[in-house]
Design a protein around this ligand. Sequence first.
Ligand code: C2E
Ligand code: MG
Ligand code: MG
Length: 406
Amino acid sequence: MASQPATLLIVDDDPQVRKLLETLLQHEGYLTLSAGSGEEALQSVAKQPPDLILLDVMMSGMDGYEVASRLKGDEATAGIPIIMLSALSESSARVSGLETGAEEFISKPVERVELWLRVRNLLRLKARGDLAANTPGPAPRQTGMNVHDLARQDLENALRQAVERSEFSVHYQPKVEVASGRICALEALLRWERPNYGAVSPAVFVPILESLGLIVPVGRWVIDTVCQQIAEWQSGDIGPVEVSVNVSGHQLIEGDLIADIARILAQTGVAPDLLEVELTEGSLMENTQHTIASLQRLHTMGVKISIDDFGTGYSSLAYLRRFPIDTLKIDIAFIREVTTNPQDAAITRTIIELAHSLNLRVVAEGVETQAQLAFLKEAGCDQIQGYLFSRPLPVDTLKRLLLERL
Ligand code: C2E
Ligand code: MG
Ligand code: MG
């Protein structure tokens, strides 16, 4: 939390709920204001804009939807994040809340950890200025939705359906050992073929799954699928193959990633060292104590840990000492012009040296040309991944490549 504690406005017509939320949030070090009705909430915001609002949906007089619509419809208050609270569990209540422009929705009775994580994450997004882009413009109920809102909502609905109907698949991209030129591992990449539309990039839909709270079940499905696949290869002609899986920070914080992985490994009989999790620097910086503890447990289990997109996310290197890391993956941004841009070349060399001096394996991603490969070989990079060798492939096509490597 920043040195100046954030001020949260709690709006609920039930004094007991207000008291409970005040106690929970003050315990986390936040300052609280409270309002017992929608009207009172609007007055309070006009007088002293809070950093975030917790807003009950069902209140006599002006309800939470109306309060949210008004605040989001006014440029002066549209940037204040809102978490809607409701005892209604129906998804229609949730959708109506989000439709007004509220950023989050929590069901009552409120679960303590969920409450403080959602509050913390939203405050963090707001501090980074990321919310403005996500905040719909004027409230839809008043002015109609703009094209961007409609497309987003359409995508969200399609994704919810995709989860229900299991429309996802996993492709695998080979990683090649530079010294031998042979496939040494794979990266699992999630794919979604949207019906009547075509493939949608995970760079687009993964962040939406995260914001909908759906990345935890989908991420679990990915790990499940990958482990079953490793087990199948292992018992057939192909033999043991190491596979890395991208893991979102939400899976570490909201889900029970460790228990899920332990269960899947036990069920499939896959050796833990055949599985690697790829995390971005940004996701490591969330809730660091919890993250360090989780990664330590994974490491103790024998699962490998890789830092994805290394070099773009965080300016402090101190965390490299604190996390049990096995691999650094140099971000594609440095590789793209590594042979023509001396600064990218210098950064790439430095990352390779840094990794080796810390006894870490280093992988370059996005390698597309022989010249890039030659540079990386000369610089001592351990593994490469990229279109030069292979695009991510469906299992059937990949099988041939894997058999050839033997
Ligand atoms: P990432 O983990 O950094 O994955 C590497 C991305 O670079 C992949 O994009 C891959 O297809 C692409 N790539 C590989 N070689 C080349 C190349 O030579 N040139 C270029 N231009 N691109 C190359 P993809 O599959 O679209 O995935 C994008 C991102 O989505 C991933 O970046 C990862 O952050 C996320 N993602 C993918 N699958 C999952 C998943 O199962 N769970 C989570 N949480 N995130 C995922
Ligand atoms: Mg990755
Ligand atoms: Mg990457």
